[in-house]
Design a protein around this ligand. Structure first.
Ligand code: PSU
Ligand code: MN
Length: 307
């Protein structure tokens, strides 16, 4: 075992999948600990895992527990991640401290990419990625997810990003950092709760096989970095654009009033949006995560056929 591997604690099922080159899909834990309320978060995490299995891949939910990088968590660990009140949120900068101090933390998109890459997992499903916050020209609040996408070789399936962010600047940033952004069945970068954002992507691909071929090209070219596969929320679950725009504006107003900044901002906004929409936004959030899990599993299956 090399030094890096000594930090990893890979679940038996994931280890077996790795040994037999079976498709694996990584999942993050910040969406569980900070993105959704209990107990809906636990139901979501279990359902996402079953969807991935139904589509022929093995799920690996990633979390940091007592200093170990868990690649695949069991029921008790999931319960702990879902119900603990003060669980840390770990992005790139947090992981060395959490590991050395033997702490527990949920991993963000950036954090999960790092851990997935250490475990050799290439495909990761989530809800939405972090991005450039509105007003970032003053606050400098730009999620570390974006830089991670340019350095770590994991493809992230998301429903785009929420318009709590400045989506135009988020796309510019991804371009600067050299991150491929693929629209799955769409030319438009989806805005999480809605399919439209008015911002366009450069590449539209329509099948898991086509996406897998791009991932393989990136690997074979020896590129550092991952990519964003932007998968719009299914039409029947998408929310009314005017409604969600108003809600997001109110939520941002509240955050400013309460002076919420840094890593607390995204979870604060998510909780506010859920409260204001009386759970309707949570319902849409669940549906898009399930949709992403299915696509990620299909991409992982295609990729394992190609390699
Ligand atoms: N967007 C969501 N739900 C989430 C997150 C983002 O719709 O749960 C989480 C993800 O874990 C993402 C993180 O990586 O928030 C970004 O946080 P920050 O903006 O602090 O980097
Ligand atoms: Mn931030």
């Amino acid at each position: 075992m090399n030094k890096k591997e000594s930090f990893l604690n890979i679940a038996d099922e994931v280890m077996e999948a790795k040994e037999n080159k079976k498709p694996i899909v990584a999942l993050e834990s910040t969406i569980i600990s900070h993105g959704m309320p209990y107990p809906e978060n636990i139901a979501m995490a279990s359902k996402v895992e079953s969807i991935i299995r139904e589509n022929g891949a093995i799920p690996a939910t990633i979390a940091l527990i007592e200093g170990k990088i868990k690649i695949g968590i069991n029921k008790d660990e999931l319960e702990y991640m879902a119900s603990s009140k003060n669980i840390l949120k770990a992005s790139r900068r947090d992981i060395p401290v959490v590991v050395a101090r033997q702490l527990s933390a949920a991993t963000t998109v950036a954090g999960t990419m790092i851990c997935a890459s250490l475990a050799g997992i290439k495909v990761f499903a989530t809800g939405g990625i972090g991005g450039v916050h509105r007003g970032a020209e003053k606050t400098f609040d730009i999620s570390a997810d974006l830089q991670e996408l340019s350095k770590t070789d994991v493809a992230v399936v998301s429903a785009g990003a929420k318009s709590i962010l400045d989506l135009k600047l988020t796309m510019e940033y991804l371009e600067t950092m050299g991150v491929p952004v693929i629209g799955y069945g769409t030319n438009e970068f989806p805005a999480f709760y809605t399919r439209q954002s008015g911002i366009f992507v450069n590449y539209k691909l329509d099948t898991p096989e086509d996406v897998a071929a791009v991932i393989l090209a990136q690997i074979n070219l020896g590129y550092k970095g991952g990519m964003v596969i932007a998968n719009p929320i299914p039409e029947e679950y998408s929310m009314d654009k005017d409604l969600i725009d108003r809600v997001i504006k109110d939520a941002i107003g509240e955050a400013e009033k309460e002076k919420i900044t840094g890593k607390d901002l995204t979870p604060f906004l998510l909780a506010k949006i859920k409260d204001i929409t009386e759970g309707k936004s949570l319902d849409a959030n669940l549906k898009l995560v399930y949709n992403n899990a299915e696509l990620a599993a299909k991409i992982a299956v295609s990729l394992s056929r190609l390699t």
